[in-house]
Design a protein around this ligand. Structure first.
Ligand SMILES: N[C@@H](CCC(=O)N[C@@H](CS)C(=O)NCC(=O)O)C(=O)O
Length: 182
């Protein structure tokens, strides 16, 4: 599927930016005359075009949908407070910080059990793996998967896929050009 990577100004976010993304964030996608914000919604919008990424069979589709939401709502939701502390360089041990770490530990322990028995979340690679692998990949960047070998191996499998490499390299090349052009 052909696509083009685009950037928007970070400091001065105009009305058009807020029209496409009400929180003034990125990403959003433009597909003809419509725009879709929230990466999960954008993912599902694109996946609609692929029987493999989002099957039409109702059971298979529900299976993919539940794991997409699990990635964003159960795993990413637990990783965000942990990231905020990591970004802030805050390593102080307090009861609140331990609670945040243990929330993430609980989610990763369950994901470790799930991923110990399978290559992908659903019988075939799907949109659910795009969402979950990306959430886990970011946790891994802060060494949060050191005690979760099955999660780590899953991320490795996902990022070694030619489609991931192509998309990642396209985005890096876009940034290397200063965010200009396709
Ligand atoms: N839930 C949103 C999160 C988007 C998000 O966190 N975007 C970050 C960059 S990855 C951003 O735009 N940060 C700048 C800001 O919040 O002002 C999604 O998945 O699309």
């Amino acid at each position: 599927m052909p696509y083009r990577v685009e950037s928007v100004p970070f400091e001065s976010r105009g009305a058009e930016h807020y029209r496409c993304q009400p929180f003034g964030q990125v990403p959003w996608i433009t597909d003809g005359d419509l725009t879709v914000f929230e990466s999960g919604a954008a993912l599902l919008h694109v996946a609609e075009r692929s029987e493999q990424l989002l099957p039409r069979d109702r059971r298979a589709r529900a299976d993919v949908a539940q794991w997409v939401f699990a990635a964003l709502n159960s795993v990413e939701a637990a990783s965000l407070p942990w990231f905020v502390l990591k970004f802030a360089g805050d390593g102080e041990e307090t009861a609140e910080r331990k609670a945040i770490a243990s929330f993430l530990t609980s989610r990763l322990t369950h994901m470790e059990d799930v991923l110990s028995g399978r290559d992908w979340l659903t019988p075939r690679f799907s949109a659910a793996d795009i969402a979950m692998a990306d959430v886990l990949r970011l946790i891994d960047r802060f060494d949060g998967l050191a005690s979760y070998p099955a999660c780590k191996a899953y991320v490795t499998r996902a990022v070694e896929r030619p489609a991931f490499r192509t998309a990642y390299e396209d985005q890096m090349a876009h940034f290397a050009r200063g965010g200009e052009g396709g």
